[in-house]
Design a binder for this molecule. Structure first.
Ligand SMILES: Cc1cc2nc3c(=O)[nH]c(=O)nc-3n(C[C@H](O)[C@H](O)[C@H](O)COP(=O)(O)O)c2cc1C
Length: 244
């Protein structure tokens, strides 16, 4: 009898310890939430020497969505919307922080074939897309953007410019951006914003979008988005205080 009792206690205790350890491990992978869905962002917490400017960063192979639905929050009355793409979660986390401050609607850009979990394969694909000017196909329903005055545009920097899904999105929908204020935000591997803002301006112009204004961009290192709260607050306050 005593042996059975000891066995039961050890068994239950062991299970509890195991469950606690597993939960802690899972919690550590969840960097935040966007529209209530968890965000994993493997670059966070890496020291600069381990991070190596983002080189080698894995994704979940589904542009952060292997366990989630693509983020989509569209309401009737919002006057601003966050439109973003993120492969490995850092830009998504930045988008979630902007959403918390602004209560803007949210639309995640989804491509038909998501980028590989493996960094080198993603890089090769991106290089070939760029050389051939053959950008990915978008696979999502895009609502009318007419109700919005401000569009927060979020992307990772790829090869010193916009990540390709954002180029595809703007090539297809940029013509509906006339008269809107654009607030660019991005995460990058330490080399900065590149020509990404000029690129957005050029695409919008080519698409026939007129009368756009641009805010100062928000540029954050991909491994430090969890330390960017104050910058996000200052940036969003500046924008919302000068709302058009
Ligand atoms: C294909 C590719 C190209 C990249 N090129 C650059 C670059 O030119 N400059 C830079 O600073 N970071 C570069 N990076 C690093 C990403 O900008 C950085 O890791 C970013 O935080 C990723 O954001 P995400 O987690 O939202 O996908 C590149 C990453 C990838 C996958």
């Amino acid at each position: 009898m005593l042996i059975i009792v000891i066995f039961l206690i050890l068994g239950i205790g062991g299970t509890m310890i195991l469950r606690h350890t597993t939960n802690t491990a899972v919690d550590r992978q969840i960097a935040g939430r966007i529209s209530e869905q968890p965000i994993s962002a493997p670059q966070l917490g890496k020291t600069d020497s381990l991070w190596r400017n983002g080189s080698g960063t894995k994704s979940d192979g589904k542009d952060t969505n292997s366990k989630n639905k693509p983020t989509r929050k569209i309401t009737k009355n919002a006057r601003s919307i966050i439109i973003y793409f993120s492969r490995s979660g850092s830009t998504e986390l930045l988008a979630s922080k902007i959403a918390e401050k602004t209560h803007a609607d949210i639309l995640e850009i989804v491509v038909k074939d998501s980028y590989a979990a493996n960094y080198q394969r993603t890089l090769s694909r991106a290089n070939s897309e760029r050389e051939n000017q053959d950008y990915p196909k978008i696979d999502m329903k895009v609502p009318s953007l007419s109700q919005y005055n401000t569009i927060y545009l979020g992307y990772p920097i790829w090869a010193m410019t916009l990540a390709h899904p954002m180029i595809s999105f703007l090539n297809s929908y940029g013509k509906t951006f006339s008269n809107k204020r654009i607030a660019p935000f991005m995460t990058q591997g330490g080399y900065g914003q590149g020509n990404s803002v000029q690129r957005i301006q050029g695409i919008l112009r080519n698409q026939g979008s007129r009368n756009n204004t641009f805010t100062r961009p928000l540029v954050v290192d991909g491994n430090k988005v969890d330390q960017a709260d104050q910058r996000v607050t200052r940036w969003t306050e500046q924008i919302t205080n000068s709302s058009n």
